[in-house]
Design a protein around this ligand. Structure first.
Ligand code: ADP
Ligand code: ZN
Length: 817
């Protein structure tokens, strides 16, 4: 009997693919090992062994594999189990999960992949229009293929553009399949072995009496060796001795010193751990005991603790207990780039045991983290990362913490697998018989609902640490202020008063505005025309800094217009406002204070965000203007005042979650104020001061908000009561998308009747020259999920069999956010 393996290919195939293997290979191979296999006419892929068996495929003749790439599995059995769940639940292929899970360096293929060069910061103005489009697209997805570039630019001759980007250092190409992981080598020095004895050493120092500088270097080396008892880097030695590296090199050439290399991890922690233990206060103590009791009965607990109640300290205690049991802990955060503070807090406490899995890590850094976790190395006991960290090869997980569990960014949007990290974490923990703790000051309706149904345990923590009061929230009525001429630009007199007071007392201020750029809309006051993106169905945003118009969907940009394209008059005016404009107004209002802006435009580059945070922490900035980036669990000590410039554009966002989200966002931004001993102050400017959500935010009434919103969700059949699956069809031809969506919706309606909504164009119906149309399926409580998804897949298969629809892209998003 012949032997076969099923492999997972890193492409969207519905089924595993079967290959023939030899007797010798059977003995060696195990599920979770990589093999290189031929696929299609001429492609070679890295594939993952899924299972080994003796059943030949019926539909095709099995080919043989090219090569075995591993000596032992690099993907664990538990991971494969978890991937299976993800692929089934989120309706995608195992290959897509594999692609999301494994570092790129593990799954190179013979097609060229273009990715951003993370080590170089490119100034957008260096790029030509087409180049910018590609570069911008790489901010949204980690890599592109030639085909993607062709469709983004909508032109065939793209190689010159890609080459130009490579020359400018903006992107890198990966072509070879067998590109190896390259360990990083660090240069160290020590005294040459021939001087090891006392006598020889004495002679050497006497000899060097005439070469003062060289003598200095040798003495410095001794000093360093005594101080640190660790290998000495060449760079440290020149720093200590004040000698140039040329002098060190001369000593190496004379064989007085010798150099050697040690392979080091690219990402290593070399700070001191802080030994000072924090003791939990009585409220924290009570909460942690409740969590532990709850865990005895329930695998998942929701910790609802107001901002600054000391949730992180509770996590730290729980992590300690897991480490004592020799278990791994996964700490999930909404976006790792935004949480440097937390990372250093954990590193200060746990030192080397913390491994950070950073979304901006290079491929090599990812490989290192992967291997450390797989081999349960000491330095990978606590893994902290954003959603994709969930896909790492844990071997012995005891606890998963999902911090800021309400955050939308836990849901992967594009490409597949479109998983929700919170929900997938609960499943992962289940596989390991581990526990999951969800923590937040503003729970998602989903989690609070699950807790109130008894599915999750619920622990509440209503006291801020140190008994600081929750910030005082004041609503400022913009309509009234405008009427009575109490506005300077976008600032009410109340906001200016409070800002002046806070600044004079030496405190810092955060101003929140949820739009970046200068103003979202440019409008001609003569004819009413506003410039639109040529690729998308949206108005262009004005960015004053570069005097440019830009599309926030596709990255298209052009110079600001001198006159209206429609009527030719020079009566272009700006409408609405973004962070850039607020920053400018602040600078005019408070010229003596330092103002900075934190949004996507100012935090590009690997450490852009970190730099801003550190500056703000060090009080080099007095007023920080920013978008939602400001909200993510940051802990600043000197912020007394938070201003929300305009609450209405949050509240009026066309989405059934808009009110819940507005509450969460405003409560979180407010939580940045007054985190030490002084009570903070929050000013919310709005045209609707009587809006229920604003009332609930200002009285800190989460539960009222929850009840009211849940009621609406009941009435209108939305989550958490009903479940949703959103199907998006995309095509560049308007008519085809319409026909296809009608066909799809009609088939679904035969099955699910009135629970199918649409097809409907979304508010922005064309993005990157593709028309979008959505169909929404609502799944009532009690309707079997598995069966529902099977039925949808059947419809999808028949759809794909229609020749005219083959070029229409269908995106299935389960539990869309
Ligand atoms: P949360 O995560 O709930 O917003 P944090 O854990 O960030 O709150 O705590 C708020 C502040 O209070 C932090 O600066 C933290 O260091 C401090 N803090 C919390 N608990 C303790 C404790 N038990 N001992 C000393 N400081 C604490
Ligand atoms: Zn666009």
């Amino acid at each position: 009997m012949l032997d076969f393996i099923d492999v997972i290919l890193p492409i969207p195939l519905q089924k595993a693919f079967t290959y023939h293997i030899t007797k010798a290979e059977v003995d060696f191979l195990e599920p979770g090992m990589r093999v290189a296999v031929p696929f299609g006419k001429s492609k070679i892929y890295t594939a993952l062994v899924y299972n080994i068996h003796k059943n030949p495929p019926t539909a095709y003749e099995a080919k043989t594999i090219h090569q075995i790439l591993d000596e032992a599995p690099i993907v664990t059995k538990n991971q494969l189990k978890h991937w299976e769940w993800i692929s089934k639940y989120y309706m995608c292929s195992l290959g897509e999960v594999m692609r999301a899970a494994m570092p790129n360096a593990f799954i190179l293929e013979s097609e060229t992949i273009i990715s951003k060069n993370e080590s170089v910061v490119i100034n957008d103005s260096e790029l030509k229009d087409d180049e910018f489009l590609i570069y911008e697209a790489l901010h949204h997805q980690s890599s592109l293929k030639i085909g993607d570039v062709i469709s983004i630019l909508d032109k065939k001759r793209v190689l010159p553009i890609i080459n130009a980007l490579v020359e400018k250092g903006a992107v890198v190409l990966q072509e070879e399949i067998y590109q190896k992981y390259i360990p990083k080598l660090v240069r160290y020095v020590r005294l040459h072995s021939s001087y090891k004895s006392e006598g020889k050493l004495q002679e050497l120092l006497e000899d060097l009496n005439r070469a003062k500088k060289q003598r200095e270097v040798v003495l410095s080396l001794f000093q360093l060796e005594v101080q640190s008892k660790k290998p000495i880097k060449v760079s440290d030695l020149s720093a200590q001795s004040g000698a140039s590296s040329a002098i060190v090199k001369a000593l190496i050439d004379k064989e007085i010193l010798e150099e050697y290399h040690i392979q080091t991890d690219r990402v290593s922690f070399d700070g001191e751990t802080d030994s000072e233990e924090k003791t939990l206060n009585e409220f924290q103590e009570k909460a942690i005991n409740e969590i532990k009791t709850s865990f005895e009965e329930k695998p998942v607990v929701l910790l609802h603790g107001v901002t600054s109640s000391g949730k992180t300290e509770i996590y730290i205690k729980l992590i300690e207990e897991q480490l004592e049991l020799n278990k791994q802990v996964l700490y999930l955060l909404p976006e790792i780039a935004l949480t440097t503070q937390l990372v250093s807090r954990l590193q200060n406490h746990f030192g080397e045991k913390v491994a950070v899995f950073h979304s901006r890590y290079s491929s090599n850094e990812r490989v290192e983290a992967w291997n450390n976790i797989l081999h349960k190395e000491e330095k990978a006991q606590i893994i902290i990362g954003a959603r994709s960290a969930l896909l790492l090869p844990f071997s012995d997980l005891g606890l998963i913490l999902v911090d800021e569990e309400h955050e939308q960014s836990f849901k992967q949007f594009d490409p597949a697998p479109r998983y929700h990290a919170r929900d997938a974490a609960i499943v992962l923990a289940h596989i390991f018989k581990a526990k999951t703790l969800l923590g937040t000051a503003t729970p998602s309706l989903e989690s609070y609902y699950n807790a109130s149904q008894g599915k999750y345990g619920l622990v509440e923590l209503n006291q801020r640490y140190n008994n600081v009061l929750m910030p005082e929230i004041e609503l400022v009525d913009l309509a009234d202020k405008y009427k009575r001429k109490r506005m300077k630009g976008h600032f009410s007199d109340r906001l200016i008063e409070e800002m002046t007071e806070a600044l004079e007392a030496g405190f810092q201020i955060i101003l929140f505005q949820n739009r970046r750029g200068f103003s979202p809309i440019i409008e001609c006051t003569t004819c009413g025309h506003s410039p639109q993106c040529p690729n998308c169905d949206v108005s262009l945003t004005y960015h004053q800094y570069r005097d440019q118009l830009r599309c926030h969907y596709c990255g298209y940009n052009s110079a600001m217009l001198k006159s209206c394209q429609a009527c030719g008059n020079t009566t272009l005016d700006t409408k609405g406002f973004g962070t850039e404009q607020i920053e400018e107004e602040v600078k005019t209002l408070f010229p003596d204070y330092k103002t900075a802006r934190m949004d996507l435009d100012t935090t590009r580059g690997k450490y852009g965000f970190e730099r801003l945070i550190t500056k703000f922490e060090q009080k080099e900035i007095d007023i920080l203007v920013g978008t939602q980036m400001l909200t993510k669990g940051l802990d600043f000590r000197h912020v007394k005042l938070v201003g929300i410039m305009n609450a209405d554009n949050l509240l009026n966002f066309p989405d059934f979650r808009a009110h819940e989200r507005s509450y969460q966002l405003m409560a979180q931004v407010s939580g940045r104020a007054g985190r030490t001993d002084l009570r903070g102050k929050v000013l919310i400017q709005t045209y609707n001061p009587h809006h229920n959500i604003l009332q609930q935010v200002s009285t800190n009434s989460y539960y009222e908000m929850y009840k009211e919103q849940l009621n609406e969700r009941h009435n209108y059949k939305y989550p958490p009561v009903f479940r949703l699956i959103k199907i998006t069809l995309k095509h560049k031809d308007y008519n085809r998308v319409n026909l296809a969506a009608d066909w799809y919706a009609k088939s679904l309606r035969q099955l699910f009747k009135a629970n199918v909504l649409g097809p409907e164009f979304p508010p922005v119906s064309r993005i990157r020259n593709q028309f979008h149309k959505n169909i929404l399926i609502k799944i009532p409580p009690g309707q079997a999920l598995g069966k529902t998804k099977e039925a949808i897949l059947k419809v999808d298969n028949s759809f794909n069999a229609v020749k005219d629809f083959r070029s229409v892209r269908v995106i299935i998003n389960v539990d869309n956010q």
